[in-house]
Design a protein around this ligand. Structure first.
Ligand code: PDD
Length: 284
């Protein structure tokens, strides 16, 4: 049976849903998106995802088409129609439809698309064995804080990591890790400091990143928000990445060099457990 998707006010079978040729997300990548995990039919950290959606829209001067409660109603409806127990819900908003001109008139009606995907989130097999990471140059633009649908650099990074038999690519700029192609990057140093790059236009403000930093503080773990280098990452005791779909994912190697003892680190696994317990309690 075909999955139901949401497209501009209608719930349709996926194979019937079409985006007009002149949609600006298709022609220019002129739009933004969000990905929120779903576990037991509930969305994890959805308020924060909707807040970031509003921020991304504001940064590129697109009016948010719905209030938070309207978004939630539509998300819940789609999750229910697809009987989604575990996976992700995707939202995309583009500036709208107009003939191909770089500048479009103000007040275009934004195009809204939502779909769900089934995915194992809680018991992801990779979380047990740990992920391999490669490094690639960060080839993105200078507003990485906006969750733009223009993802060519990330697609190329992910292709390179897949080709190398790895699971994620960490992007490098001036010798320092910025973030993962679709995740936030962390190391835990030999003196048990959790290190991750501070928020700026250089990285996406990861929703899972914020939650994990808060939980780490609650556990009295020491946090340093600063850039870390490739050499530091190789010498770290543990490394991990976070995202809506991978939660907290242990990293066991970077460019073929083992991290720590080459197995998922104990603090990383503890943070994954605590994150899961906390986020499930507050999911909606
Ligand atoms: N990606 N950095 C980048 C570049 C990302 O694309 C993502 C998420 C993150 C983590 O953000 P969050 O914790 O809010 O998911 C960091 C999503 C999952 C994706 O594109 O599929």
């Amino acid at each position: 049976m075909s999955n139901t998707v949401y497209i501009n006010g209608r719930y349709l079978p996926e194979h019937e849903a079409c985006i007009p040729l002149m949609d600006r997300s298709f022609l220019f990548g002129d739009g933004i998106y969000e990905v929120c995990a779903v576990v037991n039919g509930k969305m994890l950290d959805n308020d924060a995802h909707l807040a970031r959606l509003g921020r991304s829209l504001n940064e590129i001067d697109i009016q948010n088409p719905y209030s938070n409660s309207q978004w939630i109603d539509k998300q819940v409806e789609l999750i229910t129609r697809n009987s989604l127990a575990e996976g992700i819900i995707y939202i995309q908003v583009s500036r709208g439809i107009f003939e191909r001109e770089f500048v479009s008139p103000d007040g275009l009606k934004p195009s809204v698309v939502m779909f769900t995907q089934k995915k194992i989130i809680l018991d992801a097999p990779l979380a047990k064995i740990g992920a391999k990471v490669i490094t690639v140059p960060d080839q993105r633009w200078e507003r990485r804080d906006i969750k733009s649908v223009s993802l060519l650099a990330q697609v190329l990074a992910k292709r390179a990591s897949h080709k190398a038999g790895a699971h994620e690519a960490w992007m490098m700029e001036n010798g320092f890790v910025t973030e993962g192609a679709s995740s936030s990057a962390f190391i835990i140093t030999c003196n048990q400091q959790i290190v991750t790059r501070p928020l700026s236009n250089d990285i996406l403000p990861g929703i899972t990143r914020i939650a994990v930093l808060k939980l780490s503080k609650d556990q009295s773990l020491e946090i340093k928000e600063r850039p870390f280098s490739f050499a530091e990452a190789l010498n770290a005791n543990e490394a991990f990445y976070t995202s809506a779909s991978s939660l907290v994912m242990p990293v066991i190697s970077i460019d073929g060099h083992s991290i720590g003892s080459g197995v998922p680190g104990k603090f990383t696994l503890m943070l994954r457990d605590i994150y899961i317990n906390t986020v499930l309690q507050s999911s909606s």
